[in-house]
Design a protein around this ligand. Structure first.
Ligand SMILES: *Cc1c(COP(=O)(O)O)cnc(C)c1O
Length: 427
């Protein structure tokens, strides 16, 4: 009876849609754990010091923090809001890495006072500021330096951050000078180097190239300045499979290649092997999430296109409008039907560009059908908006046979919560 329903992580998605309503973000804790363990297990085989740090910007709320904490991973934050979320979830502060190219004074003070594990210095201005704020508080802040190694990763151009022409990081040519300067500062403790070469990277070669470049820098810093670099953070960006893009990255092989290289260069140059840190975001949560929508209006323009509209869109998943991302989807209540037709899935926002999927083959769609869009765990909720004053959908978490809300859906009252009518209009 149920076998024409899409089962996700052991759950009947139609039952979930009926119980929790649509649109609905669905996350699977089982899949998150599985993804994280693939990385951790790969590192364990290498016999080196390592840390896996989840990049919270992919998806963060207090429940996700609890899973990451339970997995024993570190956590990347990029704002006071993400840091506050971690604090609310009692995430261990010494396992937090604080990123950002323009952290505010208030955010830096918050990080110092909470005892955040590593602050990733993005530029010289921030170094001076953090040194001063740390000294004023009689603290020494442990830092990594974000370096732009000039590696161009093969990925969509809008989401590249690794070239020298980047708002992020210290150009590699200036790195030694800044690190030497930091080494002499009373409020700063130099722990290591960081780089991040992009996102949704589909092959492991750029990581090998960048590891080599960064080890070269570690070697120079050690030889010329006698400064020991304890940690090498190679960032995130490991791609996943969407509808057309297929990642060729095999985590186990990639970690083996990187570790082998780092060990070899360390040994050849009598450096201690630095702790290797990576920061996966999408890899951990991307395929652990789906979004369920209900189909409403259907408009057939004979000989041209059939538009199938859903009750969500660019407000809950802006990646298509932003990056031209391509997703796959199932008609979740008609899994076994073969009468396929080519349709295009339209969002409900007042933008012609609000299209979720162009030209997908689905069973015959009717109003009331449930559409499940796959791989929406990363950069969907975290990039969502209230454009058109549309409330954000709720998010549920699946764990074995359980399902609970982890983010309440917004209400219409939430939409007007911060609105104020000025005195001269309020009569
Ligand atoms: C975005 C980002 C990540 C995570 O990227 P994914 O593509 O989600 O793995 C990691 N580190 C830094 C510094 C980032 O900016």
């Amino acid at each position: 009876m149920k076998n024409n329903h899409f089962i996700f992580s052991g759950h009947d998605t139609i039952e979930l849609a009926n119980k929790f309503g649509t649109p609905l973000y669905v996350m699977s804790e089982d899949i998150i754990r599985k993804n994280a363990n693939v990385i951790v297990d790969s590192f364990k085989k290498q016999g080196i010091d390592f840390e896996v740090v989840y990049a919270g910007k992919a998806l963060l709320n207090t429940a996700i923090c609890c899973i990451i904490k339970d997995l024993g991973l570190g956590l990347d934050v990029v704002s006071g809001g993400e840091l506050y979320t971690a604090k609310k979830a009692s995430f261990p502060m010494d396992k937090i890495f604080f990123h950002g190219n323009n952290k505010s004074i208030e955010e830096l003070i918050m990080a110092i006072e909470l005892g955040v594990g590593r602050i990733v210095i993005d530029n010289e201005y921030e170094l001076e500021l953090l040194n001063r704020l740390s000294i004023e508080r009689k603290k020494k802040s442990k830092v990594l330096f974000r370096i732009t190694p000039g590696v161009e990763a093969h990925t969509h151009k809008y989401i590249q951050t690794g070239q020298e022409d980047s708002k992020f990081g210290i150009p590699i040519g200036e790195a030694e000078e800044i690190i030497l300067k930091a080494y002499k500062m009373d409020g700063i403790s130099v722990m290591g180097l960081h780089c991040h070469i992009g996102s949704q990277i589909l092959e492991d070669r750029p990581y090998k190239v960048v590891s080599d470049i960064m080890m070269g820098l570690i070697k120079r810093i050690n030889e010329k300045h006698r400064i020991k670099i304890h940690e090498l953070n190679l960032g995130g960006g490991f791609g996943i499979n969407y509808s057309e893009e297929k990642s060729l990255i095999n985590m186990d092989e990639m970690i083996n290649k990187i570790s082998t290289l780092v060990k070899r260069v360390s040994k050849e140059n009598n450096l201690g092997i630095p702790k290797i840190i990576i920061e996966p975001g999408r890899y951990i949560v991307g395929n652990a999430g789906i979004t369920l929508y209900e189909i409403g209006a259907i408009k057939n323009i004979p000989g041209i296109r059939k538009y199938v509209s859903i009750n969500g869109g660019m407000t809950d998943n802006p990646r298509i409008a932003l990056y031209g991302a391509k997703y796959n989807a199932y008609l979740a209540n008609k899994m076994n039907q073969n009468n396929k037709e080519i349709v295009s899935i339209a969002g409900r926002c007042c933008e012609s560009g609000d299209m979720l999927i162009w030209d997908i083959s689905l069973p015959h769609c009717e109003a009331g059908d449930i559409l499940a869009v796959l791989n929406t765990g990363a950069y969907n909720y975290s990039m969502s908006s209230n454009y058109n004053r549309i409330p954000r959908p709720p998010m549920i978490l699946l764990m074995e046979d359980r399902a609970e809300v982890i983010i309440e859906g917004e209400t219409l009252d939430d939409i007007v919560r911060n609105d104020k009518i000025p005195s001269w209009l309020n009569n």
